[in-house]
Structures are given as C-alpha cells and as structure tokens.
Design a protein around this ligand. Structure first.
Ligand code: SAM
Length: 239
C-alpha cells in the first residue's frame, strides 16, 4: 500500500505490536477468523484488504484505486478489518465497488471495524478526554461516522446481509480494548500532527497528547474504560 502520506496511524514497531494485540482482541471477541456462515472449501480464495501485520499477503494494492482486471471475480471471500482510519471524507463508495469487482458472484464480504461514535467511556477524566478528541478529529477532518452506517452502505452496493454483530467488549476484553485504543489514539494524534498544516490544530493536539499521557497513567488506578464499539458483519454479493 502506497498511501503513507495521509495514513493517520503509525507503521513503527510499537504500532505493529498494538495491531497484534488488537488481532487477539478481535479473535477473543468474535471467536472466529472466518465467520461460520461462510463454508470452507479446499480451493477457496480469500483476499484480505489492508492486511497490516498479517502474515499472508497476496499482493500490494491501494484498495481505493481500481484493482487490476487480472484479479476481478477471483475471490470467494474479501475480508476487511479496521478500515476506520483509512477512509477519507466519509467516502466508502470506491472501496465497495472494488470489493464487488474482486468477488466471484455470490462471494462473501466479511468486515470487522471500530465504531468510534458509539463508544463506551467510563470515568470523568476519560469522558472529558473523549469530548476534546472528538473536537480534534472534526478539526482534522477525520469522520468515523460511516462505520455505524456500514450495513446500509453495503446494501446500496447490492450486498445482502447475512450476519451483523454490534456487541460491546466485556470483562477482560474491555480492558484489552482500552489499552490498545489508548495506544492507537497516541498514533492518531501523532498522525494528525504529521499531516496538518494548521498551527492551531498542532497546539490542540500537543495538549491532547499530554492529556492522553495522564489518562494512560491513571487508567488502571481510576478503572477507566475507553472502548470503541466492535462491528462485525458478513454479506454476500448479488450474482
Ligand atoms: C489499522 S490497520 C488494520 C490492519 C489489519 N486489517 C488488522 O485488522 O490488523 C489498517 C491497514 O490498512 C492499510 N491501508 C490503509 N489505506 C489503505 C489502502 N488505500 N489500500 C490498502 N491498504 C490500506 C494500512 O497500511 C494498514 O496496514
């Protein structure tokens, strides 16, 4: 993938460790890698878009650009996970069109993502932090509202919903989500600083990074929960 310029998360060592922890979080939460509604066959082909630290990569693609014709209609399943920060201006249309092109007729899309609008936030320090973070995201043009709207958007692209789960993390997973999310937020704040031209925004981000440092130091002592809502779905492509 070549869009390093506006990718707001990090790609350094600790950022990869965070992705690995997040992979574990998803696995423990959903308890599947391939959704049980999708039948496994010997020769099935799965494309994983935006693989991150995944150890299987078919080829390097910018999924927001038209996929090469040679891979059109080739896949039984297209999998996407944690695209929340990859989408700009709330526009998922190109990505959905490209997924459609990669899939065989009747093929499945399996998508897991983070809804950063319907969060679970507990603790007054965390709630105050969330409010300022929303303001910063807005100023930076980061709009995460499309995730909640994902099923509807897929339906508009002629996908038929097979399964939809929107269950908050519970028990120890709530703490694992908080830890990975606080780490991700530091990456996002650094990413905003890296990509913005607004001095005022840099100033707000610097203040928010200090607040995040305090929140991270206090999260165990104060029993803070700071979680996004996991959204997991499967849909199939109309023939
Ligand atoms: C938050 S990571 C998620 C990684 C992985 N799917 C997971 O859940 O562990 C987002 C990934 O998408 C990749 N990415 C961002 N924009 C992309 C694009 N336009 N096309 C393909 N990959 C993209 C990033 O390089 C990064 O590896």
């Amino acid at each position: 993938m070549s869009r390093d310029d506006d990718y707001v998360l990090g790609r350094e060592l600790m950022d990869s460790v965070r992705l690995d922890a997040q992979h574990l979080l998803w696995k423990l939460h959903t308890s599947y890698e391939l959704h049980p509604a999708i039948s496994v066959t010997d020769d099935m082909k799965i494309a994983d878009l935006g693989t991150g630290t995944g150890n299987v990569s078919l080829c390097l693609l910018d999924c927001l650009l038209e996929p090469p014709i040679s891979i059109h209609g080739q896949y039984d399943v297209v999998h996407l996970r944690m695209w929340a920060s990859n989408i700009r201006e709330n526009d998922t249309a190109a990505l959905m069109r490209h997924v459609q092109k990669l899939l065989k007729p009747g093929g499945y899309i399996q998508w897991e993502d983070a809804d950063l609008i319907h969060q679970t936030v507990q603790g007054s320090r965390a709630q105050e932090f969330e409010e300022h973070t929303r303001e910063i995201f807005q100023q930076a043009g980061l709009d995460y509202s499309w995730v909640a709207n994902l099923p509807h958007r897929l339906q508009k692209h002629h996908f038929h919903m097979v399964a939809l789960h929107r269950d908050p993390f519970e028990g120890p997973l709530a703490q694992l989500c908080t830890r990975t999310y606080l780490a991700a937020l530091m990456e996002i704040l650094r990413g905003i600083k890296r990509t913005t031209r607004s001095e005022q925004l840099v100033h707000s981000v610097n203040e928010q990074m200090v607040a995040l440092g305090r929140l991270s130091a206090a999260y165990v002592r104060e029993g803070i929960v700071y979680n996004w809502l996991p959204v997991a779905l499967v849909a199939w492509r109309e023939t």
